[in-house]
Design a protein around this ligand. Structure first.
Ligand code: TYM
Length: 338
């Protein structure tokens, strides 16, 4: 029987900071899934520039990186007709909701956030209130759109749990207001590790040789992967505790090819790490090269970028306004029109 009722699609939200070279970790942990999930959800992908200024940024550099990240989102093959790709700062309701959610978040909760502790240690001269409040803005990003699904890497799990706690708390006080979101954290590749110290997360703020950047030249990618720290066993099998370097490379290969760890072991064990590392490099280059080519073209097309960012922000604002008017009503703020 034909069903004339339009089925409401679930909503997906994710954000990425425009704060430096995006890495293979960002790509495998999050960006790659943006494209893979695009057809199943109504998606919003935000360049979270307001999050980026919690640490000092050079204004000219930041502006440049924002446009670069937007071009990269589009180079992933995301369809701006379907998905909204926009700057967080262009939709003022993110901040508005963050303020309200601040009043429903406890200091103790924010003090427990490991990312805050890490960043505070790294930027000891600038432990500002924004850095502390960062997870509440992130909760606002997600709850503003009633998102069902949030694709992120493992390092954002704690922030996502806080978002859920805030939503549940608010709903308990005021009745059903926010959708409580689920995280989408890949089982393989949710935490890609540093190439030089595979017990640490791969991070864009670490030295160049510890990460592959999404925009690295293929020769550089191969060189970095060949130099990745492994061990002296010369055996390819998955054991993150005792063989973190090899296991990390296996994770990268498995995430990109879909091959299981067993299959990778069977194919490369006994062939020497050189052959194995080259296979990893081949897979990474095959994945990133087409994106890099599209990226260069898109970055040059300022009119197109402008059009996508404006239209997306307008559409996002309309969605945001619906949530904000509901929140105002629930909290008891006076109506705009009496
Ligand atoms: P950001 O900009 O640090 O990172 C972007 C995404 O990349 C993931 N990621 C990794 N995944 C696997 N292995 C790694 N080594 C690795 N490094 C980074 C991150 O988990 C993230 O998904 N707070 C967020 C941005 C944000 C956001 C949001 C995300 C703001 N508001 C709302 C989702 C929903 C952040 O700093 O990501």
């Amino acid at each position: 029987m034909e069903n004339n009722n339009e089925v409401k699609r679930k909503i997906l939200f994710s954000g990425v900071q425009p704060s430096g070279n995006l890495t293979l970790g960002n790509y495998i942990g999050a960006l790659r899934n943006f494209k893979l999930l695009e057809d199943q959800y109504d998606c919003l992908y935000s360049i979270v520039d307001l999050h980026a200024i919690t640490v000092r940024q050079d204004p000219t550099e930041l502006r440049k990186r924002c446009l670069q990240l937007m071009s990269l989102f589009l180079a992933l093959g995301l369809d701006p007709e379907k998905s909204l790709i926009y700057f967080q700062s262009h939709v003022s309701q993110h901040c508005e909701l963050a303020w309200i959610l601040n009043c429903f978040t406890y200091m103790g909760e924010l003090q427990r956030m490991t990312q805050f502790k890490d960043k505070a240690a790294k930027h000891a001269d600038n432990i500002n209130a924004g850095l502390f409040d960062y997870p509440v803005l992130m909760a606002a990003d997600i709850l503003l759109y009633q998102a069902d699904m949030v694709p992120v890497g493992q390092d954002q799990k704690q922030h996502l749990e806080l978002t859920r706690d805030i939503a549940i708390r608010f709903n308990k006080i005021y009745g059903d207001t926010f959708t409580v979101p689920e995280g989408y954290i890949p089982k393989v590749g949710g935490r890609v590790m540093s190439l030089q110290d595979p017990t640490r997360k791969m991070s864009k703020s670490d030295p160049e040789d510890t990460f592959v950047a999404v925009l690295d030249d293929p020769n550089v990618i191969r060189k970095k992967l060949r130099r990745a720290v492994t061990d002296s066993d010369n055996s390819v099998f998955y054991d993150p505790e005792n063989k973190p370097g090899v296991s990390n490379l296996m994770g990268i290969l498995s995430a990109l090819t879909g091959d299981s760890m067993e299959a990778i072991s069977a194919q490369y064990d006994g062939k020497g790490y050189g052959v194995f590392k080259d296979a990893v490099a081949d897979a990474v280059i095959a994945e990133l090269e087409p994106i890099q080519q599209r990226y260069q073209k898109i970055l040059g097309d300022k009119a197109y970028l402008g059009e996508v960012m404006t239209r997306s922000a307008e559409r996002a604002s309309r969605m945001a306004m619906r949530t904000m008017s509901k929140v105002h009503r629930k909290v008891g703020l006076a109506a705009y029109k009496l």
